[in-house]
Design a protein around this ligand. Structure first.
Ligand code: AMP
Length: 502
């Protein structure tokens, strides 16, 4: 899956800016699946940041970066690869001196990820340096980028976040927080952000609160991070979630909160609960593991089937399978064992490698499967690649029946708000109905949790039709935040089709 713009597309954009603007493909530079960490007032700021990023590694394995400020100078290290591989050496950590630091882990959308896109981004302004790290996806990034290029801004990366830097640079407001607010007022999308200047650590969430950000404390140090598991790793206490539309500013006078944006209905991403967040994290007051178990129990109530075993697709299917097994009164077994030394299957760029990746990652625990009727639980079916391979594995290991249960409703729509999902035409649930999917995957039966069952398990109430309590666009197709770039995207021409086929 190569989702960077092709060289040809980029060249055309640079050499022949046209109007009306043809935006880069949506995937170009999209910031997705990222993890954020920032700390203020700690002598080991960079080390704590590296540890925090290590616990957020599941949010992005492609690159990692830290920027620290020592009172006089900014120091940064940004690299492709895992946190442990890049921030394990004393030489690097010793260089990242300072009491304030921010860091970022990123899932890049391309096999050809480039260092210039690795965050935090950093720029020098009239008021001094500003480093920015961002999780989410800006839905008007390409439209804005075009306007900024027309105004003379010179972009250095394909990262959406660079828009923020340029908007700050041209803002006519005086104070950095006002400049940032002014910049964000022009931005649409789902984002959480941590930023730092010489004097401040700043954290904020978009007005819908789609992506997470929490506040923590370690003695006198303040922390901002994507998930509470990053607080646990350094022994910090959880203070509270940053609220949707809230800007938190931390400086030598303490912590201040601002709410400058128009209030919007809250739409925290429901997929964080289903799949994305680490199960030991607490999001919006709910432990993710407990939520996943409750979804599994609801799934068993909705689609019980007589069987011998409940087997999870590890790791992400485990909590839901535990909940399912307890509710159904069936034994839970690790019928599939996962090799933890292989990255997520999605990281592999081509179909061929993805197929190979699944075999590298999972193996059937045959001794427990022979002659057994198995309920196989996973959190989601995206393309169906994982399910096909795992079902085949169970059958080869002797399972007599395989009944698949999925702890999310069918994933019918792409996410444009920061979770990496393929184009709609690649989503299995967009192609066929449940019985077609069952046949395609090769199971004896297939059931997904209903959307109301999901909502009941997550928040104890049915989905409110008009203003659902969460963003569930990937499951419902109802996108709460305008998709400006997509609306401006013209129908594909022969040229764009050729680009896409490259
Ligand atoms: P697929 O093989 O394409 O059907 O993908 C489904 C598997 O990928 C499931 O086991 C999920 O746990 C996992 N998954 C779901 N969403 C994502 C995502 N956005 N990124 C990476 N993996 C995912």
């Amino acid at each position: 899956m190569n989702r960077e713009p092709s060289k040809h597309t980029m060249q055309r954009e640079l050499e022949f800016p046209q109007y009306p603007y043809r935006p880069l493909p949506r995937e170009a530079g999209a910031e997705e699946e990222c993890g954020l960490f920032g700390i203020y007032g700690n002598a080991d700021a960079a080390t704590h940041t590296a540890l925090g990023l290590h616990s957020l590694q599941h949010r992005g394995q492609d690159s990692a970066g830290i920027v620290a400020y020592d009172g006089e100078q900014f120091h940064s290290h940004r690299a492709l690869g895992l946190v442990g591989d890049n921030f394990g050496s004393p030489d690097i950590m010793d260089r990242l001196e300072g009491n304030v630091a921010i860091g970022h882990v990123r899932y890049s959308t391309s096999g050809e990820s480039v260092l210039r896109n690795v965050q935090p981004l950093f720029a020098e302004f009239k008021f001094g340096g500003l480093a920015v790290a961002h999780n989410g996806n800006l839905t008007n990034a390409h439209t804005l980028r075009h306007e900024l290029v027309q105004r003379g801004c010179i972009f250095q990366s394909t990262s959406d976040s660079e828009n923020i830097i340029h908007l700050v640079a041209i803002s006519e407001y005086g104070q950095v927080v006002d400049k940032l607010t002014d910049a964000l007022d022009q931005i649409e999308g789902a984002y959480s952000l941590v930023a730092m200047t010489q004097k401040k650590l700043i954290g904020l969430r978009d007005p819908y609160g789609v992506r997470p950000l929490v506040l923590g404390r370690l003695s006198n140090s303040h922390i901002l991070t994507s998930e509470t598991c990053a607080l646990d790793i350094i022994g910090a206490e959880f203070v509270r979630d940053v609220e949707p539309g809230e800007i938190v500013v931390i400086d030598d006078k303490g912590l201040h909160s601002l709410k400058p944006f128009r209030k919007r209905p809250e739409r925290f991403c429901i997929f964080e609960y289903i799949y994305f967040a680490r199960p030991d994290s607490v999001m919006e007051g709910k432990n993710v593991y407990a939520v996943r178990k409750a979804i599994g129990a609801a799934l068993a109530r909705e689609s019980y089937i007589d069987a011998d075993l409940v087997v999870p697709v590890p790791d992400s299917g485990v909590p839901a399978a535990i909940g399912y097994a307890a509710q159904a009164g069936l034994p839970f077994e690790f019928g599939i064992v996962r090799n933890h030394y292989v990255g997520r299957t999605f990281i592999e760029p081509t179909d061929q490698i993805r197929h190979l990746g699944v075999r590298l990652k999972h193996n059937a625990n045959a001794a427990h499967l022979s002659g057994k009727r198995v309920v196989l639980v996973d959190d989601s079916i995206v393309r169906g690649t994982t399910s096909i391979k795992i079902v085949e594995m169970l059958r080869t290991a002797g399972a007599s029946e395989v009944h698949m249960r999925i702890s999310s409703p069918p994933n019918t729509h792409s996410c444009f708000y920061g979770i990496d999902t393929p184009k709609r035409q690649e989503l299995l649930a967009a192609q066929m109905d449940v019985s077609g999917m069952a046949k395609h995957i090769g199971v004896d039966s297939l059931s997904f949790i209903s959307i109301d069952g999901l909502y009941q398990a997550v928040c104890g109430a049915s989905r409110d039709g008009d203003t659902p309590q969460y963003c569930d666009a990937c499951l419902s197709g109802e996108y709460p935040i305008p998709l400006t770039d997509r609306e401006h995207e013209p129908a594909p021409t022969l040229l764009t089709l050729l680009d896409e086929s490259n």
